[in-house]
Design a protein around this ligand. Structure first.
Ligand SMILES: Cc1cc2nc3c(=O)[nH]c(=O)nc-3n(C[C@H](O)[C@H](O)[C@H](O)COP(=O)(O)OP(=O)(O)OC[C@H]3O[C@@H](n4cnc5c(N)ncnc54)[C@H](O)[C@@H]3O)c2cc1C
Length: 394
């Protein structure tokens, strides 16, 4: 250990949402905390989140809205630091907010306000923050962690891994937390891109012509079902419904899209009875954007007046429009993924404190852990809740 090392009670690696929360909570409990990030500013993902307004929580937060090898793991932290707790913090800082849709809360102003708030909370506890200097070495001996960063050295009895996952590497995201966890003998559930656009190939390339077209759909993959907008892109499918489904999708699986979730059963047969002279594409076009209706009609190979179409064919068309099968050939990868699913195995951690069961003093919080939320503020709520849980015990 260097004689010039500075000593702290806890060192937090990563000044994202989870690290900032954890450091401020521990420091306000009187702990001496050092927070280190290689980026030149804290909370970069907060700044770009929610289109610059940060969807900072979801009032419908519940454990079943998170994916993890252990679906029970997130329960404790989520129940002890709730959306109401974060809203109270936001209110104390007089940050105006609104609910957009589906319980999603956004700043009225800017995501900068959230970063500013968390930095003020850190300042209240006199957290020492080091930005823009790389972490060069992490050692552990005699119950003490030694971190060499830039040209400084710091030691502490507690080390928190809060460096997130590798999604959007161009923003400085890395798999550092996984490498570190593995070095300490902790298992990592294979990381994969989540909340990510899906790509189409083969025959489905034709759908690329629809790039820019959006529709309200129900998307399904296995047991997961989401009713939100889907968007065709030049590479495949995106939009909230697809991003949600992507977290559940695995290579080789099909996804099903109901393009007409508002149409009741037998709607095509009823349309045939009510308006027999109407053209099939006109009827479908009344329920869908014109370009999408045209493409689907072509693919169904149905042309002409409803009166001239057998009921059987219309029934089959309705079934396909209600459960259109796509076989994505991949995702747009970590470069475009809003989050990373998988990560440090929850089996290695205490769900109460986030401390590693086999390495006393080592903690993991936030996106680096194998807990991944739905789209809509759930991932930040996990960052706050897991950061708070560790911050309570450091
Ligand atoms: C475009 C986009 C929009 C999003 N919008 C939302 C939203 O509106 N609502 C929501 O709930 N979630 C949203 N998310 C997800 C959310 O941003 C993350 O789940 C959340 O930021 C995770 O917090 P974290 O603190 O665990 O990790 P991060 O926020 O990723 O923070 C990790 C920190 O560690 C630092 N770091 C990484 N590697 C190293 C290293 N080797 N050395 C030192 N420091 C390192 C990084 O610089 C970063 O500051 C969005 C994500 C993206 C990409």
């Amino acid at each position: 250990m260097s004689n010039n090392a500075s000593h702290y009670d806890a060192i937090v690696l990563g000044a994202g949402g989870a690290g900032l929360m954890c450091a401020s909570v521990a420091a306000q409990r009187g702990r001496r905390v050092l927070l280190i990030d290689h980026a030149d500013q804290p909370g970069k993902k907060i700044l770009i989140s929610g289109g610059g307004r940060c969807n900072f929580t979801n009032i419908d937060t519940a454990p079943d809205r998170y994916l993890s090898a252990n679906p029970h793991f997130a329960k404790s932290a989520l129940s002890r630091y709730t959306p109401a707790d974060f809203i109270a913090l936001v209110d104390r800082h007089r940050i105006a907010w609104h609910e957009k849709t589906l319980g999603q809360l956004f700043c009225d102003g800017s995501a900068r306000q959230i970063v500013h708030m968390l930095m003020e909370e850190c300042a209240k506890g006199a957290v020492r923050i080091s930005l823009g200097r790389p972490i060069r070495e992490v050692d552990h001996a005699d119950g003490r962690f030694t971190i060499r960063y830039g040209d400084e050295t710091a030691t502490a009895a507690a080390l928190v891994m809060a460096t997130g996952g590798p999604s959007i590497p161009k923003m400085g995201a890395t798999g550092f937390a996984y490498d570190l966890a593995r070095r300490f003998g902790l298992k990592v559930v294979e990381p994969r891109p989540a909340l990510v656009p899906l790509t189409l190939g083969g025959d489905e390339i034709l759908f690329r012509e629809l790039s820019g077209v959006a529709a309200d759909v129900v998307a399904r993959c296995g047991k997961a079902v989401f009713r939100e907008a889907a968007l065709f892109t030049h590479r495949g499918l995106s939009g909230p419904a697809i991003l949600q489904i992507s977290s559940y999708w695995r290579h080789g699986e099909e996804i099903g899209i109901d393009f007409l979730p508002s149409c009741g059963r037998n709607w095509l047969l009823e349309a045939k009875r009510a308006r027999p002279r109407s053209h099939f594409h006109t009827i479908v076009g009344e329920a869908l954007p014109a370009r999408l209706a045209e493409a689907l009609t072509k693919k169904l190979g149905l042309w002409g007046e409803l009166a001239n179409m057998p009921d059987l064919k219309l029934g089959e068309a309705e079934r396909r429009l209600g459960d259109w099968r796509f076989s994505p050939n991949g995702t747009e990868g970590f470069a475009k993924a809003e989050v990373t699913a998988g990560g440090i195995s929850t089996a290695e951690l205490s769900s109460q404190t986030m401390e590693a069961k086999t390495v006393p003093g080592l903690y993991a919080i936030g996106e680096g852990v194998d807990v991944t939320g739905w789209l809509g503020g759930y991932n930040f709520q996990w960052a706050w809740a897991s950061g708070w849980a560790a911050g309570q015990v450091l």
